[in-house]
Design a protein around this ligand. Structure first.
Ligand code: AMP
Ligand code: GLY
Length: 427
């Protein structure tokens, strides 16, 4: 049987998902809403707002869609799965309550405490009690301290403060920013964890889970992990910090209790669970859960997967994941994000992109913020392109990823030159 699929999203992640789905023997027609210049190579881009659930449902009914694959977190947190499943449309991704693992940091923290899942110590304060939050931090008197907005903030809701003064300034800045203050109507004050960061990606049908792969993201804009947080400036996979021993501990102490805990909460988790971790001296601890694939981590994880992605996705909605095994290759991959100068602050759009055709086809190029105008490709976002290199060693993968970037150009192109540096230090 072949399936018509509707993929929601328009970033580099969705280009990678579309690319991988297009290789499936089970795929009939792929539609992408809204998609981008990358996804249209593999399917039909359709202009639907992915938060307009009625419009999504109408399209799925009119085009015999048999699976909706949700790329970004927002529709999941807003309950697209619950909405579409009432109309018998299967959705790859968690339902509203399960997506709270990403949608509410307070929910995630309370859940982890309840099920004894290792995480940073924390307290939660209401926006009306920010003075109490400050008093708590002053009494605690340990810096750095981490402030986190409870709700979704597009990766911009986490602040690491190195002094009381910084905490005060940050609290004022949160109150002033309308988007942030809405996300921070509840504020989590969290212990700062020392250690290296890594992400583990899990596929679950609510009962059975399999580990897809692991990666390390580079969230800061500047080299050496400095500067403001971004959506991610590059990543590599696998991350040597996730040794077999560490992975075993993550499985036993974190993933297993998360999947069984969510069953007990009557919110069985189906889809991809992204577990963000810090590997501390006392073992791995969770710093965040996300209810979807990472962007740009997806761009290094999916190329390593030998399975048919659509077959795996269907087995999560059909709850047959126990019949599957995950096959990933043993190749290293490195993804470098080409961004518009200024990102994550203000940046220009509409800049002409050139040179993509001359890049060696052994590199994978995924489009993120790219549009077409008058037969030319132009920039339309902060993160513009993802260049993915591969190799038998991490060093080879990194060198491969960087080897042809000089051929690509647009005004004010910026990228980090040190993606993978922490991984290299481990060899
Ligand atoms: P998030 O938006 O939750 O991914 O957090 C952004 C970044 O803040 C993470 O990638 C970490 O580098 C850092 N971070 C978050 N929580 C902690 C913590 N408890 N200790 C140390 N670093 C953290
Ligand atoms: N790259 C981080 C994220 O997708 O949340």
């Amino acid at each position: 049987m072949k399936y018509n699929v509707l993929l929601l999203g328009n970033g580099g992640r969705e280009h990678a998902i579309a690319w991988k789905l297009s290789q499936s023997e089970k795929l009939d027609t792929l539609y992408i809403a809204p998609g981008n210049t990358g996804t249209r190579q593999y399917g039909i881009n359709v202009n639907i707002d992915l938060l307009d659930f009625e419009a999504v449902a109408k399209f799925t009914e009119e085009h015999d869609i048999e699976l909706v694959v949700v790329g970004p977190e927002k529709p999941l947190v807003e309950g697209i799965k619950d909405f579409l499943e009432k109309k018998d449309i299967p959705v790859f991704g968690p339902g509203r309550k399960a997506a709270l693992l990403e949608g509410s940091k307070e929910f995630a923290k309370n859940f982890m405490v309840k099920y004894d899942i290792p995480t940073a110590d924390y307290e939660v304060f209401a926006a009306s009690d920010y003075d109490d939050a400050l008093k708590f931090i002053q009494l605690r008197d340990i810096y750095p301290v981490v402030l986190k907005a409870d709700g979704l903030a597009s990766g911009k809701g986490v602040f690491i403060c190195y002094s009381e003064e910084e905490v005060k300034q940050q609290l004022i800045a949160i109150k002033k920013d309308p988007v942030l203050s809405a996300a921070a109507s509840r504020l989590v004050v969290e212990e700062f964890l020392q250690g290296e960061e890594a992400s583990v990606f899990v596929l679950s049908d609510g009962h059975t889970f399999h580990i897809l792969h692991n990666a390390q993201d580079h969230k800061r804009a500047g080299e050496g992990d400095t500067g403001p947080n971004t959506g991610g400036m590059g990543c590599y996979s696998p991350a040597p910090v996730v040794s077999d021993e560490v992975l075993q501990e993550i499985k036993e102490k974190i993933i297993n209790p998360t999947i069984t805990g969510m069953q007990l909460e009557e919110a069985a988790y189906s889809g991809v669970l992204y577990v963000g971790l810090i590997i501390t001296g006392n073992g791995p601890k969770v710093i965040e859960y996300n209810c979807r694939l990472g962007d740009p981590e997806c761009q290094v994880i999916l190329p390593s997967l030998n399975n048919d992605l659509l077959d795996l996705m269907l087995s999560t909605t059909q709850q047959t994941l126990d019949e599957k095994t995950i096959q990933v290759d043993s190749v290293y991959r490195c993804c470098v994000v080409l961004a518009s100068g200024g990102y994550p602050g203000s940046y220009q759009k509409g800049l002409e992109i050139s040179g993509l055709d001359s890049v060696d086809p052994s590199l994978l190029i995924f489009h993120a913020g790219v549009e077409e105008k008058d037969n030319r490709l132009i920039t339309s976002g902060g993160r513009v392109l993802n260049v993915v290199g591969s190799g038998a060693t991490l060093k080879e993968a990194i060198d491969h990823a960087y080897s042809e970037i000089h051929k690509i150009s647009f005004e004010n192109l910026y990228y980090r030159k040190d993606i993978g540096f922490k991984g290299l230090q481990r060899f």
